[in-house]
Design a protein around this ligand. Structure first.
Ligand code: AMP
Ligand code: MG
Length: 316
């Protein structure tokens, strides 16, 4: 029932037609596969929450083709324009004041006065946005709380039969979700989620530090829930050897049954992360555990460790 579409002009035309009918179509971005729906349609956005089993109070990221389209949805100040010009298209999401006339379904923003927007770089995502010619709400294309998809097969594992289609564009290059930066009036820049754009790179362009602690006033969001990105098997971090019934996932000098990057390359590790989490889960089997080697807390390591900590967190 879920059709797999090729990343060709014909495939994207079909995908855009499904989206215009209010259907949901998963598509590749450079970060992970997104589950797209018309961001202006209450019914389509409600269907995204239903397909994922995602709580409605958790707002979605809106994907648009360029900065002009983004400026029609949100108010950009000088800081926002500077980072957008530096990093879009790319793995950066900005949370900005919502324009009243944006025309987005209020479900997208969970009724907040702010909206999360991204311009993806992936050619297939760009092609789909052009063909659809409108804003797409697109959270990761997986059941809420589970591991994010970086291949079309991962999308089908979790959502086959629950969505209209998936455009198969191969494996995602970055492999972890976008960095989310809050840029709200009268507030310092705040990192809402570490991701595919390293914090250090962002700070260099902003020319100021970015607040990283949890904001008391911040909304609750799935990316911020302790247990998320959860495989079936229990996860242990900081491992250098495998204990009994453990599948070790290595990094750098620690060689495992699977290894995120033998050379300690953080970009390679990020690109491998979610697929290896899935494969380790299968290898661990019933009652088994997954152990991860330490990954440094710098650059993309911040996003990798964030996802690993959530995968290892006690389950609700
Ligand atoms: P994802 O789960 O990848 O779709 O990412 C969505 C995340 O974006 C949420 O978990 C929030 O952390 C963040 N987000 C989306 N919209 C807003 C908003 N209006 N204000 C603050 N954060 C938001
Ligand atoms: Mg997600």
């Amino acid at each position: 029932m879920t059709i797999v579409l090729p990343p060709t002009a014909t495939g994207l035309t079909k995908a855009a037609a499904l989206l215009r009918e209010g259907g949901l179509v998963a598509f590749p971005t450079e970060t992970v596969y997104g589950l797209g729906g018309d961001a202006r349609s209450d019914a389509a956005v409600a269907a995204i929450f239903a397909a994922k089993g995602r709580p409605r109070f958790n707002p979605l990221i809106v994907h648009v083709s360029d900065l002009d389209a983004a400026e029609r949805l949100a108010r950009f100040d000088a800081r926002a324009r500077a980072v957008a010009q530096a990093f879009w298209p790319g793995p950066l999401t900005l949370v900005l004041p919502l324009r009243a006339e944006a025309g987005l379904s209020p479900l997208v923003t969970a009724g907040l006065g702010s909206v999360a927007i991204r311009v993806p770089a992936h050619a297939v995502a760009q092609g789909l946005l052009q063909a659809f010619a409108g804003p797409l709400a697109a959270p990761s294309a997986n059941p809420s709380g589970r591991v994010s998809p970086t291949q079309a097969a991962h999308v089908l594992d979790g959502l086959a039969g629950r969505i209209a289609g998936v455009v198969d564009g191969g494996a995602c290059m970055v492999g972890v979700e976008s960095t989310i930066l809050g840029l709200l009036p009268d507030s310092p820049p705040r990192l809402l989620r570490p991701g595919g754009l390293p914090l250090e790179v962002l700070e260099a362009v902003l020319g100021t530090g970015v607040a990283t602690g949890l904001d008391e006033k911040a909304i609750t969001a799935p990316g911020q829930l302790a247990s998320h990105y959860a495989p079936v098997a229990a996860v242990r971090l900081g491992a250098t050897t495998a204990a009994a019934h453990e599948v070790l996932v290595g990094f750098g000098p620690v060689t495992g049954t699977l290894t995120l990057s033998a050379t300690g390359d953080l970009a390679e590790a990020a690109a491998n992360l979610f697929d290896m989490l899935r494969r380790a889960d299968v290898l661990a089997g019933a009652g088994g555990r997954i152990a991860f080697a330490p990954v440094p807390e710098t650059g993309l390591g911040r996003a990798i460790n964030d996802r690993l900590r959530r995968a290892a967190a006690p389950r609700a």
